[in-house]
Every structure is written in C-alpha cells, then in structure tokens.
Design a binder for this molecule. Structure first.
Ligand code: SF4
Length: 453
C-alpha cells in the first residue's frame, strides 16, 4: 500500500519510543531503585540463566552522531580506575547475593570497551567467572571501534573468551564520515574484522546507520555493498536518532545536512533489499542475519527477544547491568545505575547503592510489556492467547487496539479473530502500532524520542 508518510507521521506523532523496555526509561522513578535490588538477586536464584551487561563509558574519540552514555578521554588512567570500580561493584554484588548466579551471556558495551587493555579485559573476565557460574556455552560479546584495535586488544579478547564481536561501521563514505567526525576506512575495518575472527573464532555483527548527515541512497548502497563483502553473521541497520536537545554534541550536525523523512525511508528500504538479496533474513524491524545465525533461528522459531540492547536471541529472564548508567531487568521490574560516571564511582568507593532509579512492574505493565515485545518480534499478537496468560484485563486493551486499527487509515495493522498483524510493508512503522498498547503514552512525551522511522 502506498502511504502518505507526512500525513501518517503528523497523525501518529513524528517520534515514538524504541520500546527496548516497557514502560520506557523516562518513567523510571528515583524512589524505587535500591529497594528493588533484593528482588533482582532473588530472581537470579530462581532462574537458571542470567545475562550480564558491563558498561564502559569511555571513547578515545567522540562521534557527533553518538547517542550513548560515554565521554572522550585521551588518557588511559581514568579508564583503568573505572575498571577497578567496576570490579568492586561486581564483587559487592556477589557478596550480597551469597551464591553464584548461572551466567549465560556477557555483553560489554559503551562507549568503546575495545579501548580496554588486555590486562583489564582479563581482569574483568576473571571477576565475572569468580562471581558468576559461567555456562560453557555462554555468549561473550563486545562492541568494537576498529580504530582502537591493536595486538594487545586481540590478546585481551582471547583472554575474555570472545564469541561475538560487534563492529561499528555507520557509513564508509568519507564525506559522511567527516560530517559525523568518524574517519574509518573500509581497509582498516576489514583488517580488524579478519584479525578478530581469526584470533577468537567469534561470529561478527556490524552496525550501520541510515539517515546520517550528507548520506544519500547511493552512498549508503555502496556502504552496504562493502558491509556485505565482510560477510558478517548479523547486520544491525539503525536509523540515526537526531536528538540534539538530549545529546548536545549532535549540535555539531547541521539540520540542513540531514536527509528528509522520505529519503530516510527509501534509504532503509534500499539497504534492507540489498541485505535480503545477499541472503540475509530480516529480523524485527532493524536487524538482518544469515539463516544459520542464532538470531535468525530465534526469529523463525518465535524465540526472538527484545531487551535494552535491541533484538537478541538471549532468552535469559534476568539481565544484570554493571557500570555507570547500566540498566538491570528482571521479571519484576527495572533498575538503573547512577548515570554520571564520577557519582557512580563515588558510590561504589563508599559502599553506597549504585542503583539510582527503577520501576516495579504491575500486572498490567507485565501484560503490556509482553504484548509489545511479541508484537515487535513477531509482528503478530494473539489477544486470545494473551488473555489465557494474563486474564480478562487483556480485553479492554484489545478493544482499544481494535479501535486504533479502525481509526488508523494507513493500514499499519489489521485485526481478525483477535489476532493483530502488522503487514510486511508496514514493519518500519511497528513502533507506532506498539504505542497503541502503551498506557503511559501522552502527547507531551513525543519530544523525548527519536523519529519513528
Ligand atoms: S559511536 Fe562509539 S566510538 Fe563513537 S562516541 Fe559513540 S560509543 Fe564512542
């Protein structure tokens, strides 16, 4: 169906949450963070799978497009001191728990965890293995900025037991790279991807972006060709989120350099077509994977999950975040650590709680969180099955969604026999359909989020 995109976004709101959590992080409260920690620990004991996320909020360069919690440093001392704090936080968690939770996945993100020296990667690996009972088949993933990688980095990745590397590419065009302050040649990226794979035997994810300043469909097409030539197992294709009111360094990007909504949409569609033509399967609305990759297998078998890192095959019901700003997630709610790095370090040094805010889920939240996650993973939601799981409180929500479908006018979704379905050609707008299930969505919220497409 041909849609009037300007009209569609004018009606549904130009901005929508990414729904990596429900409720979204702006709804977390400062009054509940530390009080939820005992429940989080108890959830680790009840489930035989825990994921661990470690946040490294440092980079040796600052890319203008970046939306992460990070800061630039030219010296290694602050990073080393931070690692020491992180180790203390993990040890304190272990002491408080009094048992070793079973760990099924470890993810180091940031920031640029690839700037860690090998001795610090080994130190992190050692404390994680001491505090957690690490499964033999655990996935160990780390985000890599290719400009960081040296022989020492490769030694560190081996010591850590890396099983999946995630390399940030964004766009290979030099003019786009100038506009986002991220020089990075194809040759360097290819050499790093090759070296990391050879040394660790890991699988590879590549992150690319559309909607960047000075990006055109032709430039993105060339970038995706180059990405495909690296033969990654997965590709994450995100739309650049321009939120200069929240990320002040994005003010370095001129609004006039940004592609318009129609251009963004055609860039995303073109890149998706290229990846599919190269044999990748579409996962959710912004990931692609080779058919044999665990993400593709999870999507085909209805096991795909969504957490703070986006789409994942990791089914662990508990995710523990360590480090400044890191978020923990368990069946009962969310807990976010102190965001400013210095305040986080001071809290750990003083033995004070690192949890700054959180959210305790109600039964209604749990039902809506489950429904939104399934809708964004499967593009289909069966309200009858949902009611069998969560009870009759599902039906007023289903009635409201049915009304949204009737009022929509853009065929973003259909509902038949109480099964809500998003058609293939509307998957880019899945977040808008998900917002129909969001009880907290208000008009005033829209300014917090990035463009819905
Ligand atoms: S994009 Fe990556 S390397 Fe660039 S500033 Fe953000 S976290 Fe650091």
């Amino acid at each position: 169906m041909k849609r009037d995109i300007d009209k569609l976004l004018a009606i549904h709101g130009a901005t929508t949450p990414r729904y990596t959590s429900y409720p979204t992080a702006p709804h977390f409260g400062a009054d509940v963070g530390p009080s939820l920690v005992p429940e989080l620990i108890s959830a680790c004991g009840h489930h035989n799978q825990t994921s661990v996320y470690l946040h490294i909020p440092y980079c040796d360069r600052l890319c203008w497009f970046c939306g992460c919690h990070t800061k630039q440093t030219k010296r290694y001392e602050p990073v080393q001191a931070y690692v020491e704090t992180l180790v203390q936080e993990i040890e304190a968690f272990g002491e408080r728990a009094g048992f070793r939770p079973v760990m099924s996945a470890l993810h180091l993100g940031g920031g640029s965890p690839s700037l860690l020296k090998s001795e610090d990667m080994a130190r992190i690996g050692e404390v994680v293995r001491r505090v957690f009972d690490v499964r033999d088949d655990a996935e160990i993933a780390l985000e890599i900025d290719p400009s960081d990688v040296t022989d020492d980095t490769l030694d560190g990745l081996v010591a850590l037991g890396l099983t999946r590397a995630s390399i940030g590419v964004q766009d290979f065009d030099p003019d786009v790279q100038t506009a986002i302050n991220r020089p990075q040649t194809y040759e360097t990226t290819a050499a790093v991807a090759d070296a990391v794979r050879k040394r660790t035997g890991c699988t590879l994810n590549i992150d690319a972006l559309y909607g960047l300043p000075r990006q055109t469909s032709e430039r993105l097409e060339r970038t995706i060709e180059q990405v495909i030539s690296l033969s990654p197992d997965r590709v994450a294709l995100f739309g650049y989120a321009h939120v200069p009111w929240a990320k002040t360094h994005q003010r370095m990007i001129a609004d006039s350099d940004l592609p318009g909504r129609h251009e963004r949409l055609s860039q995303a569609a073109m890149a998706a077509d290229q990846l599919r033509a190269a044999g990748y399967e579409t996962i959710g609305f912004d990931h692609f994977a080779k058919p044999e990759d665990s993400l593709a297998v999870a999507a085909r078998t209805g096991q795909l999950q969504r957490n703070f890192q986006g789409y994942t095959a990791d089914a662990a019901p508990v995710l523990i975040g360590f480090g400044a700003s890191a978020i923990s997630q368990y069946p009962g709610g969310y807990i976010q650590n102190i965001v400013p790095t210095n305040n986080y370090r001071t809290a750990v040094a003083n033995g004070e709680p690192t949890a700054a805010r959180g959210y305790a889920l109600t039964e209604d939240d749990r039902m809506r969180a489950f429904a939104i996650a399934r809708l964004l993973c499967d593009f289909r939601l069966d309200f009858t099955a949902l009611a069998e799981q969560f009870g009759s409180s599902v039906w007023p929500v289903a009635e409201r969604v049915k009304q949204c479908v009737a009022d929509d006018g853009f065929a973003l979704a259909s509902i038949e026999g109480w099964v809500l379905t998003i058609p293939d050609d509307a998957r880019s707008f899945a977040r808008i359909v998900a917002s129909w299930l969001d009880a907290y969505r208000t008009e005033g919220e829209t300014a917090r989020y990035s463009q819905a497409v």
